[in-house]
Ligand binder design. Structure first.
Ligand SMILES: [Zn+2]
Length: 132
């Protein structure tokens, strides 16, 4: 699922259950924040793009050390760490929901590594990033 879709899901769920909408959206996009703030600009710079990298720029990037900024926040380890915070179970649930939704929609080298840092991954069954 893409960042905007996650944010909209957080907005709707936050509204439906009466929670702060900004925090709902923030936790809904939580696992993708390091990717959006660090990996996108890094790849754009590397490939001399103005703002965002193109789809092809991501090829083989999952093998670099930087990719752990994607895999780590999409793991159960981060959900466990959040459980030690003072945030409500609702927001932590939104964070976990993001990961749950990403599992079937990420395939190949970007499949979710739920048990990160272990390299075992769950192969999704359709690619949300693929353009038809
Ligand atoms: Zn994600």
């Amino acid at each position: 699922m893409k960042l905007l879709h996650h944010a909209l899901a957080g907005l709707v769920l936050g509204w439906a259950f009466g929670y702060d909408l900004w925090l709902s959206m923030l936790f809904s996009i939580g696992p993708d924040i390091p990717q959006a703030l660090i990996l996108y600009p890094l790849l754009a710079y590397k490939h001399k793009r103005i703002i965002l990298p193109l789809d092809g720029d991501w090829k083989n990037f999952s093998k670099s050390a930087w990719s752990h900024l994607y895999f780590a926040p999409h793991s159960l380890l981060f959900v466990a760490i959040l459980n030690f915070s003072d945030f409500s179970a609702f927001f932590i649930g939104l964070y976990a929901l993001h990961i749950l939704v990403d599992i079937p929609t990420h395939t190949g080298e970007w499949s979710i590594r739920l048990m990160w840092p272990a390299s075992w991954k769950i192969e999704g069954f359709f690619d949300a990033w693929k353009r038809s």
